[in-house]
Design a binder for this molecule. Structure first.
Ligand code: ATP
Ligand code: MG
Ligand code: MG
Length: 569
């Protein structure tokens, strides 16, 4: 059974259902298609879609495409992929641009009701008139234009008669308000820029607050969830919803009805929650975009990126990100989550679900001299120590093996438990070996170990229970498949890459060793993994078959996370 989540937003939703204020819950996730989604968005997605799911409601995916210059259809497609990958499906896919005609009619209504006026102040003058936190603003000299004049000018703005920036449509609210957002904010601006969905149809575009509030109202959103920085915008949000009052003015929705778009107009309530912040990361689309465009990473889905595409390629699972969001919780308290919480969520999911395999990343040859050179057998290994349902695989075993170079020490440090000259260790699932001879090349480097296998210590035999200090992993040299293994580390070397004190920026804090690639050997069952299959390589960590580059005959694995937390200071 899913746990009952008790955060304050879900409590509001429960109360609204119990009191009969709402009989059905409607939410939306409203990304701006100007970049790829990042891990912060995962929090909003899990909340918006999760609440709809838990309360038998519906969640829309709405592209906030009110800003024509910055948007790219590439992002629209990627955002849909990401939402689905996280495990959610939208009830309806919308674009804010679907509603441009309604926004326009709503703006005309505000003009007719005396709630909006056309202002000829320049952007610079608007700033001057706005005042400050300590100083009230001043009324625009154009504030008292007649309804007829305003309507005429607004229609001519719409007809494209004026150049960019010449005029704006502003709400008539209160220039003395303590909340600067309420000092006659702009509702429309002139911008002769074609739009990806509406082409050249509009020389004017609605401002975010107006479009967002009305978009929510059009779709009958009951709970409009957003991050804390919008708290100060809530009075304006409510002002737009209340003064347009779509439910009482269905004629404003006629353009949508004509196009067959289902409408459920209502009065949404905006509720804010704190953003997800994680140390050692940057989480703004602008910064993530710069990393890509300046070639500081290998693309949007570089496994070091904090985009959902990057995390996915790194081997993060949807379940691990949902678990992270649940762990972090929903509140109004801003905080920075430790990176280890993110990795911990991934480890927890992969520990439970990732099949175990053996791989050797820094190979040293070990020859078992008391087995015939052509000896070959298949050993049955469980795929998971705690989950029998994952089944059993056959692991080839032969007289020549690869082991990890650092599982042998000629001169062992104190407390060493693995192989030494003349010493024993258990080969995982195969038996106990003793090192008889260390073979070196002319330069004195170790090139091979020669060992004997205790014939009484084979699997299932009494002697297999004999105690030896260490157990090491191995692969059969003849059967193993050569693999490229990409070892990733944190992308930033400082906890807060956003901190710009001293004139340094996040670009100056990139870890030069965050990507390393090694050639190793993997057992055949690992090579045969499908793209994006997560595996635990025993004793090494969790790895994923690279989404794009992995082939059975030329395996490529990315290290997703080490077995234990290595981030502790
Ligand atoms: P960025 O600042 O990175 O450009 P944004 O807030 O402009 O992000 P949007 O596309 O507008 O990006 O975001 C869509 C939704 O995701 C919004 O409701 C926003 O509040 C939410 N969101 C964005 N970043 C985070 C975050 N770090 N934590 C939680 N929610 C977030
Ligand atoms: Mg935004
Ligand atoms: Mg932003």
């Amino acid at each position: 059974d899913a746990p009952v989540r008790r955060d304050f937003i879900r409590q509001i939703v429960r109360d609204d259902l119990a009191s009969g204020k709402h009989t059905a819950i409607r939410t939306r996730f409203p990304p701006e298609p100007n970049g790829y989604l990042h891990i912060g968005h995962a929090k909003a997605i899990c909340l918006d879609f999760g609440i709809a799911q838990e309360f038998d409601g519906r969640c829309n995916l709405r592209f906030d495409d009110t800003n024509p210059a910055k948007e790219d259809p590439e992002f629209v497609t990627a955002i849909q992929d990401d939402v689905r990958w996280l495990g959610y499906e939208w009830a309806s896919l919308r674009h804010a641009s679907d509603y441009f005609e309604v926004y326009y009619l709503a703006a005309e209504k505000l003009v007719e009701d005396g709630h909006a006026f056309v202002c000829d102040l320049t952007a610079e003058q608007v700033r001057e008139y706005r005042g400050s936190l300590t100083e009230p603003g001043r009324n625009s000299p154009f504030r008292e234009r007649s309804v007829e004049e305003n309507l005429d000018l607004f229609r001519r703005m719409r007809a494209g008669e004026f150049p960019d920036g010449a005029r704006t449509l502003r709400a008539k609210i209160d220039m003395a308000s303590g909340n600067i957002n309420m000092r006659d904010p702009a509702l429309y601006r002139i911008k002769h820029v074609p739009h990806q969905n509406t082409g050249d149809a509009w020389p004017i575009y609605p401002m975010y607050d107006f479009a967002h509030a009305l978009g929510d109202a059009i779709e009958g959103i009951t709970h409009s969830l957003c991050t804390l920085e919008f708290e100060d915008h809530r009075p304006l949000y409510d002002w737009c919803v209340d003064n347009v009052d779509l439910a009482a003015h269905p004629q404003l929705l006629a353009p949508l009805v004509a196009r067959g778009l289902p409408i459920e107009a209502g009065k949404p309530r905006q509720i804010e929650f704190s953003r997800l912040n994680i140390n050692y990361t940057v989480m703004s689309k602008r910064k993530l975009t710069t990393l890509v465009t300046e070639g500081l990473v290998d693309g949007w889905d570089d496994p070091r990126m904090y985009t959902l595409q990057g995390l996915r390629r790194r081997g993060y699972t949807p379940a691990s990100l949902r678990l992270l969001v649940e762990r972090v919780g929903i509140s109004k308290q801003n905080s920075v989550i430790d990176f280890s919480v993110l990795e911990g969520a991934l480890r927890e999911d992969l520990d439970a679900h990732a099949p175990r395999r053996m791989a050797v990343l820094d190979p040293l040859k070990l020859v078992i001299t008391n087995l015939p050179a052509e000896h070959e057998e298949a050993l049955a290994f469980p795929n998971h120590p705690k989950d029998e349902s994952l089944g059993v695989r056959q692991v080839p075993f032969a007289s020549e093996l690869w082991i990890e170079r650092d599982d042998f020490a000629e001169i062992p440090p104190k407390g060493w438990k693995r192989l030494v000259p003349g010493g024993e260790a258990r080969l995982r699932g195969a038996g106990i070996v003793r090192i008889d001879e260390v073979v070196k090349d002319g330069a004195g480097d170790i090139v091979e170990l020669r060992a004997s296998l205790d014939p009484e210590s084979r699997p299932g035999m009494e002697g297999a229970n004999r105690k030896v200090k260490g157990t090491i992993h191995w692969v059969s040299a003849r059967h193993a498949v050569a693999a490229e293994v990409r070892l990733y580390d944190r992308l930033f070397v400082v906890e807060n890459p956003d901190d710009e004190t001293g004139g340094r920026t996040y670009r100056d804090h990139i870890n030069p060793d965050s990507k390393r690639s090694v050639q190793g050997w993997v057992e055949p069952a690992a090579a045969g993994a499908g793209a994006e299959q997560s595996l635990q390589f025993e004793r090494l960590g969790y790895f994923v078959a690279d989404r794009h580059d992995h082939r059975a005959e030329r395996p490529v694995f990315n290290r997703s996370v080490t077995l234990r937390d290595t981030w502790a200071a």
